[in-house]
Design a protein around this ligand. Structure first.
Ligand code: 2AM
Ligand code: CA
Length: 260
């Protein structure tokens, strides 16, 4: 196995530090579900605290980096390099006590994602990838699934929610794909969806209206696991236009054709 670089080691340390408190907070949620308002405020505080911890740890070690996080104002350090952070990806799951969420941290240098770390603190799965060095989960090298037949492929998707997204386009997509794939899953954490494509649990992933912090680390994981990631038009503007299509090199064009 390749050893993580100093940069990835910093990112892993930051994720692990924030994860300790998040796991405790997640354990508290059970007691709060029964209240009428639910634990929304509690979760929002947990989210903000986790990002603060991650930001402090990262910038302590790399003070020249900028920082883009879901919960804070953009911080411009160096214009060439920045961390892109989601302290809880899968917040709705977290809020409902469903153990499918993660911390996602990417490092972007000169417009290229150089490193990605995704930590699922409940299932104890630590994913990391580094440009040119491969993708790993708990020390094991990752490869995308080898299935080449659409009819056998399991497709993980995002759905429009709470007024976000394009319901008509989504329904049109379902109509086109439903008869052609083995099945759909909607898990609720874009970062883990991509990590699962990288490790071959899912064959394909498709979602639109995403933010850079949802997907920056996961994109590199899939690419380093020898998968293909594009936006829905086949271009490379995933972080800007927020649509993502990920699969192995055989399935990717087949799914793209279906989307046309
Ligand atoms: P978040 O948990 O960090 O908000 C899944 O479709 C993606 O959309 C997730 O990565 C999730 O990131 C984001 N998302 C934002 N609001 C959501 C909501 N209300 N329901 C589901 N996903 C949401
Ligand atoms: Ca997110």
């Amino acid at each position: 196995m390749a050893n993580p670089s100093a940069l990835v080691t910093v990112m892993i340390k930051a994720a692990e530090k924030a994860a300790k408190k998040l796991v405790r907070d997640f354990g508290e949620l059970e007691n709060l579900q029964v209240s009428k308002k639910g634990p929304a405020d509690f979760v929002s505080r947990a989210d903000i605290m986790a990002e603060k911890t991650i930001k402090e740890e990262l910038l302590k070690a790399r003070s020249d980096f900028g920082f883009l996080g879901e919960e804070s104002e953009p911080h411009t350090g160096s214009i060439n390099s920045r961390f892109i952070v989601d302290p809880i990806d899968g917040t709705t799951n977290f809020l409902h006590g469903i153990p499918q969420f993660c911390i996602s941290i990417a490092a972007e240098v000169d417009g290229q994602i150089k490193a990605g770390v995704i930590l699922d603190p409940i299932k104890h799965e630590l994913f990391w990838a580094e440009k040119g060095l491969g993708a790993y989960c708990n020390g094991k090298r990752l490869r995308v699934a080898g299935r080449t037949d659409l009819s056998e492929a399991l497709l993980v998707i995002g759905t429009p929610f709470a007024g976000h997204g394009d319901a008509d386009a989504f329904i049109a997509f379902l109509k086109k794909t439903m008869g052609n794939v083995a099945g759909f899953r909607r898990m609720g954490s874009a970062a883990l969806d991509l990590a699962y494509v990288a490790m071959g649990r899912f064959d394909m992933y498709y979602e639109t209206h995403l933010k850079p912090w949802d997907v920056a680390a996961g994109i590199l994981l899939v690419e380093e696991a020898k998968g293909i990631v594009t936006d829905s038009t086949g271009g490379n503007d995933m972080l800007k236009n927020g649509s993502i299509l990920a699969a192995n090199p055989i399935l990717h064009p087949l799914l793209r054709n279906l989307l046309r």
